[in-house]
Ligand binder design. Sequence first.
Ligand code: SAM
Ligand code: SF4
Length: 475
Amino acid sequence: MKFYPEQCKIKDERNVPFIDPDEIWDLINNTKSDKERVREVIAKSLNKQRLTLEETAVLINATDPELVEEIKNGAKELKKRIYGNRIVLFAPLYIGNKCTNNCRYCGFRASNKDAVRKTLEDLEIVKEVEALEDNGHKRLILVYGEHKEYNAEYIAHTTRLVYGVKKGNGEIRRVNINAAPLDIDGFRTVKEAGIGTYQIFQETYNPEAYKLYHLGGKKADYNWRLTAFDRAQEAGIDDVGLGALFGLYDWRFEVMGLVRHTNHLEACYNVGPHTISFPRIQDASMLDFEGRYRVSDEEFVKLVAILRLAVPYTGMILTARENPAVRREVMQYGVSQIDGGTKLELGSYSESENEMQDLNREQFLINDSRSLNEIIDELVGKDYLPSFCTACYRLGRTGEHFMEFSVPGFIKRYCSANAILTLAEYLIDYAPAATAEKGWKLIDEQIELLRGYQNVDEMRSRIERIKNGERDLYY
Ligand code: SAM
Ligand code: SF4
């Protein structure tokens, strides 16, 4: 499959800002959305093509409940048909919350004198990672405030430190990063440390709203942030995670912004984003948020379904900011990754007491505090296939979501097979008996579905090898 660059008013060039708010509003305000057109657009996406900005606006402008239902069903179908029932699990690990910026929505902002500031010492990081490994995690995203202490060398150092922590059969096989934008040399430094995805959210794609919410520090520079992934690409990091913080500005504009960002990366680097995130604003210490653009649950479901259809080859991340009921509902419409057992307070994975959330110690409140096993147990019970797979990244198969999407049979041959092998490890090493029983039944059923794509007898013998103590067997 190849990309078809879209003609936008601002011509896409590397390291050059590309958002034209008038163009986006023009499309939202003037794109007609009748039944026929909505169906055409859904069909195009199901036919494995990314949508243009105009086509995304067609879906955004569909308000008839019957059409919205068709959009949701389209997203559900796309997920089922292309990605199947896998859900990849990860956890965030906050490394340090010192911050020189003043984002009005964030509890870590410099002006919040009540925030308890902390940077984990190396030994504390090791303890946290051991605790996460003891729960069964294999994939982490390290999170940092924006501060001179958290420069590229420090991010690289902490990444290496995390990869080096092994406890029992536990190890972290993929370290992703969410941190302030770097310059090209900085991105090179963190790439050398072996990071997976570099994730940065634009927060809002509207420059005026951006100015309103970012009151100082380096983050006030909208364009520096907007072009961060250009610099990452220049440094050889082609695995990047986009996102917008929903609630700062009109959700319709943000969805268009995310698609515009996607087509910019495609046009300049011939590679789209690895993941898209769509966090909604949550309560935070000193939260200073007008609420005018707050996104309702109904709008949230719709926007997730539209994003799924608009960029069908990209992974979609749904975090514990949302409560379990919303997570259950939204997951069907194309989410591929969720976090489990999440704790945001620095150092809290390795503490058993202090289960209460404390706003002065956390960036914001989460609404799903279930343990990783509670989440896995529920997923297995609902016939989702939990996965801790990290194979593509470690085998240098970059653009994995793109391959999943465009190479026939790729998912069954690699992704589902690896999901099963990593779930087997989890069931043996970490699951309580009740979860293990359900999990093995699911594995038995799922292996049979791989016939014709993967050598099922060999899969079964790999499972036996795992039962006999081998680990990390992947395709
Ligand atoms: N300091 C880095 C930065 O700003 O890029 C790291 C990001 S921050 C620790 C991770 C993300 O959390 C932010 O990009 C923002 O989208 C999100 N966030 C901040 N405050 C939030 C809140 N009150 N509710 C939900 N998400 C929030
Ligand atoms: Fe700092 Fe990031 Fe919070 Fe902004 S969102 S105040 S940059 S930690």
